[in-house]
Design a protein around this ligand. Sequence first.
Ligand SMILES: NC(=O)c1ccc[n+]([C@@H]2O[C@H](COP(=O)([O-])OP(=O)(O)OC[C@H]3O[C@@H](n4cnc5c(N)ncnc54)[C@H](OP(=O)(O)O)[C@@H]3O)[C@@H](O)[C@H]2O)c1
Length: 238
Amino acid sequence: MKIAGSVVLVTGANRGLGAEYVRQLLDRGASKVYAAARKPETITTPGVVPIKLDVTNANDIAAAVEQCGDITMLINNAGVVIGGRIMADHALENAKAEFETNVWGPFNLSKSFAPALAANGGGVIVNVLSAVSWLSMKEVATYAMSKSAAWSMTNGLRLELARQGTLVVAVHPAFIDTDMAAGVDMPKTSPHQVVERTLDGVEQGVPEVLADDTSVFVKNSLPKHIETFYPKVAAPRP
Ligand SMILES: NC(=O)c1ccc[n+]([C@@H]2O[C@H](COP(=O)([O-])OP(=O)(O)OC[C@H]3O[C@@H](n4cnc5c(N)ncnc54)[C@H](OP(=O)(O)O)[C@@H]3O)[C@@H](O)[C@H]2O)c1
């Protein structure tokens, strides 16, 4: 699908990767961008239509469907990392909160907007996932659970929406240089690169975007996943 002339709704559009999606969509000639945020007054990019959308709020989703029935692309970008280790105190509450935003948000938005996308010619759903859809890390284990579930949801949605001509795109970045990874002292990909590769992928009609070298490495390691990432765990006990 060409970005020029498209009508796009971006969730979590007020900062980080979402704000970069908005900028590059406008640069590529999108004809309308709905910039969705929990607090629409925090949308500062000129030339967009700000809308209030907490992705965990059913009333907000219903209102967005009512207001944005002309979209040809939905970008499920909003996400949170709250928890950490599975064995930590409050891990269940944290994991549930992460699932609300990272899994059930895109799930409900995709289901709610699918009829509009079909009516508008098929269109595209982009789900921003992660390299940790495939790889766990102790520090973000509950978040990784949510991104794995969101990956499976994305794959299921792709199968079901193929018949109406909707392309469902999974985007897998490793660490990105945004607020979410501010405390991480590791190499980070620029938001610009993640968005550029996403929009190139959409224009080429690909179902999966590997947004950086780390994600390529993790994906390519999947057949030997346990030995590559968990060698001590995989080694036989003496
Ligand atoms: N940063 C990374 O290292 C990294 C790596 C891989 C994947 N990702 C994914 O990339 C996406 C964008 O993250 P980011 O790096 O831009 O993070 P960020 O800088 O922390 O921004 C997160 C965005 O999501 C919004 N958001 C959170 N909960 C929401 C809700 N319930 N309803 C609506 N909006 C909500 C935030 O809005 P508020 O301003 O209201 O909080 C903010 O706009 C997420 O899906 C994230 O999981 C990030």
